[in-house]
Write a protein that binds this ligand. Structure first.
Ligand code: NAD
Length: 487
């Protein structure tokens, strides 16, 4: 088989040790890959590259379809950008795939039989990183969810479930509160699910869904979630399955993919030949499956399972075993663990289920996205946000009413989303940040951008400080904005 060149980052902290151990197992296990080592992380940050990566390394990574990465240390301080977020977004790695499996009865687990794959949307949501201080009292973070983003991740989750012979896909959102953003994610899930009649599908509100997932993970199979929830859910599932030291992850896009353990660089354990290389090794197995080397992936994964089963363990598992009163294990270091896996290549586990990736069809392309760019957007009003620290909601309302002019009427004022004018409850706590909604009066002409500019000018003339505005649209005739709480 022709060898595939793979950029490899040894990373920081325990990174170099676990990468060396993982590569040793992968290459001995028959992976037809040629590592090309690249430098990223702490040293590069400290050399003045705020994203932790140089232009030369970027070029190498973008010229290859996969990237194998050990954890890195992000230096403390506000000037440094997360390298992971940069890589995911630049390469459009929209799907973060995180399997969480318990290996009972071999490794003690609170959840025997757990086998859940979390598929986390990787590019959107609050991770857009668009934050602003709006007033002395109020800051904001924009949550951006797009239809193409939802379609790609939801379809990926169903395709993944099908490719890996899984039975059910569960979507979790908070769309009872965020009806537009999380609502879109849920709606797209409901639109796409019927295209996969061979798979069961369900939706849970995330609060109760995550509680059930933590309590009875055996009832879940593939779980698809927006970015922030996915971050939380996947660490939780990795932890309750047994150990974060085991957990691999794949960041998948249409043209590129990055594979890494979910844990960090654990600097306290660096250079001591102690760390468990399993998470990174299993990420390497996912990489092999992704590039079509299912046979080597199967051989390596089964040898790893057999090593686990033979109770040849690194310190983290030994610590667990001791706590559970288990005996009969051999404690080994990172290097010795890798050698133990290599010596079992060709063997299969006997008590744990063996793996066969040769059945899995992977590397599919998501189909065409629904075209919505031509949707009719009709201006239906404007939300103007004001910084005002002296007036109450009622006083502000009375001041604004006459300024609305003939083109608008003041529909409501909210403070942190709660309606305080007209009406409102005198005990509602208010900050210095007010959202004032203006729409056409009954029977009036639809608003125009020019009318909004004139309205802003009237506010300025009356010493009212507007800090931002959001246009309100009807999209194909349907309201494209939320109502105020209490409106
Ligand atoms: P961490 O995951 O590095 O370590 C937390 C603890 O988990 C360790 O103290 C150790 O007890 C255990 N642990 C983690 N990996 C292990 C392994 N392979 N074997 C045995 N035990 C293991 O988290 P942290 O201490 O919060 O972060 C350390 C650094 O890692 C930070 O600089 C952080 O920014 C970075 N980080 C990087 C990545 C990444 O590169 N993908 C991810 C998370 C954190």
């Amino acid at each position: 088989m022709r060898k595939e060149t793979v950029p490899v980052a040894r990373g920081d902290g325990i990174g170099p040790e676990i990468m060396e151990a993982s590569l040793h197992v992968l290459l001995e296990g028959g992976a037809a890959i040629e590592p090309v080592f690249v430098e990223i992380g702490e040293k590069v940050y400290r050399a003045g590259y705020t994203a932790g990566i140089t232009a030369e390394t970027w070029e190498i990574i973008t010229n290859h379809r996969v990237f194998y990465k050990a954890p890195i240390t992000t230096p403390q301080g506000s000037g440094y950008k997360s390298l992971n977020v940069t890589i995911r977004k630049t390469l459009s790695l929209y799907a973060n795939v995180r399997p969480a499996i318990s290996y009972d009865p071999v490794v003690p687990s609170k959840h025997p039989g757990m086998d859940v794959v979390v598929i986390r949307e990787n590019e959107e949501d609050l991770y857009a990183g668009i934050e602003h201080q709006q007033t002395p009292e109020v800051v904001q973070c924009l949550k951006l969810i797009s239809r193409p983003g939802c379609e790609r991740i939801v379809r990926y989750a169903f395709e993944y479930a099908r490719a890996y012979g899984r039975k059910k896909v569960t979507c979790m959102t908070k769309d009872n509160i965020m009806k537009l953003t999380d609502g879109l994610f849920h709606r797209v899930f409901d639109e796409i699910a019927p295209e996969y009649p061979d798979l069961e599908s369900e939706h849970w509100i995330i609060d109760i869904g995550i509680a059930k997932l933590a309590d009875t993970p055996g009832n879940f199979d593939v779980v698809v979630v927006p970015n922030l929830y996915g971050d939380l859910v996947s660490d939780m599932t990795a932890q309750i399955a047994g150990s974060v030291g085991f957990a691999p992850s794949a960041n998948i896009g249409d043209n590129h993919a990055m594979f890494e353990a979910i844990h960090g660089s654990a600097p306290r354990y660096a250079g001591q030949n102690l760390a468990n290389p399993s998470g990174l090794l299993l990420s390497g197995v996912m990489l092999l499956v992704h590039i079509g080397q299912a046979e080597a992936a199967t051989r390596i994964h089964n040898a790893w399972l057999k090593t686990l089963e033979d109770r040849v363990w690194t310190y983290d598992l030994v610590r667990k075993a001791k706590a559970a009163g288990l005996a009969g294990y051999t404690e080994v270091g990172t290097r010795e663990f890798a050698k133990a896996v290599v010596s079992r290549l060709g063997q299969k586990p006997e008590r744990l289920p063996a793996i066969d990736y040769r059945q899995a069809g992977f590397g599919f392309k998501p189909p065409q996205l629904t075209a919505v760019r031509n949707a009719a957007m009709q201006l239906d009003g404007v939300d103007i946000f004001l910084h005002e620290g002296q007036l109450s909601g009622a006083e502000l309302g009375r001041k604004l009413e006459p300024l609305a002019g003939p083109e608008f009427r003041l529909v409501m004022i909210t403070n942190r989303g709660q309606k305080v004018y007209p009406g409102g409850f005198s005990g509602t706590f208010c900050t210095d940040h007010w959202r004032c909604r203006f729409q056409a009066p009954d029977g009036g002409a639809p608003p125009t951008p020019a009318a909004i500019r004139q309205l802003l000018a009237r506010l300025e003339q009356n010493n009212l400080q507007w800090i931002k505005l959001e246009n309100l649209y009807l999209v194909n005739g349907k309201r494209g904005y939320s109502l105020g709480q209490g409106q």
